[in-house]
Unconditional design. Structure first.
Length: 268
């Protein structure tokens, strides 16, 4: 992508993200009209839908040749990564939004011909924006994030993961994961994939694994983590398919192979 075009899109995207965040804060105590999607824990609210519709309208007006891949289905549902694609989660962490009124984010990843160009993760209630442009580093608001340490042992790692890894599941032998948890320093669960990626980039956690994430959950985070020297793959160590749902590992590269060994050992 041309650098001048990237800068124009970046500034415009930030403006829309901040505007959407303001609207969410203003409306979050209104009736939410909560619905379920794939299961009882897969929630969507009126604000999720309205926020995505806001982005779609703005993008289609300003960048008519761009495509949109959004969680709530108001975009284009692209079948390839050709051209410029905005991959959007209007409220990542909807359960947190509904129950806690915090720990949720707007996530926008912008890709051009399959290459991640711009990543934005906005922690709405903290009013904190994590952002990155390809090849220009990653930032938390105006502060540049430092590269992740190149020498760190797995027994020093704090890894974001939820309790399902330690229960019987269809991906990994839970006993292997219980051994994994004993070998690392600790685990954390935040309930928003976008924020877990942002925290990995910041070094608040050293990695994050999740069983089933969609492109809009990870699109922005992959770009931001890349810019601090981290890496994101599926749990088999393969590149992430940005058009499909995947089990995901993002982490500091110094112990990426160690985590993948556990995941391979327990893989069903």
């Amino acid at each position: 992508m041309d650098s001048l075009l990237r800068e124009d899109i970046f500034k415009q995207a930030i403006k829309w993200v901040m505007e959407a965040g303001n609207t969410i804060r203003d409306k979050m105590n209104d009736p939410l009209d909560i619905e379920t999607k794939s299961n009882a824990n897969d929630l969507v609210t009126k604000l999720d839908k309205e926020t995505e519709q806001f982005f779609v309208a703005k993008i289609k007006e300003k960048y008519k040749d761009h495509f949109i891949h959004g969680e709530e289905g108001y975009g284009d549902n692209p079948t390839s990564l050709d051209g410029t694609i905005w991959i959007i989660d209007p409220i990542d962490g909807t359960m947190n939004f509904v129950h806690q009124k915090r720990n949720f984010a707007i996530s926008v990843g912008i890709y051009h011909d399959g290459v991640g160009e711009i990543g934005l993760i906005y922690d709405v209630m903290a009013n904190t924006l994590y952002h990155a442009k390809k090849g220009q580093g990653a930032y938390k608001d105006d502060v540049k994030l430092q590269p992740l340490p190149k020498k760190k042992n797995i027994n020093e790692a704090i890894v974001g993961m939820n309790h399902f890894w330690l229960c019987e599941n269809r991906f990994i032998d839970e006993q292997v994961m219980q051994s994994f948890v004993k070998d690392i320093r600790g685990t954390r669960t935040y309930g928003s994939a976008a924020l877990e990626f942002a925290f990995t980039a910041e070094g608040i956690v050293d990695g994050y694994i999740s069983m089933g994430l969609s492109p809009w959950d990870v699109a922005a985070g992959i770009i931001i983590v890349n810019e601090v020297g981290g890496s994101t793959t599926d749990i088999d160590g393969r590149p992430v398919n940005m058009l499909e749902k995947s089990a995901i590992l993002t982490c500091n590269t110094s112990f990426q192979k160690d985590i993948l060994k556990y995941l391979k050992k327990g893989r069903k």
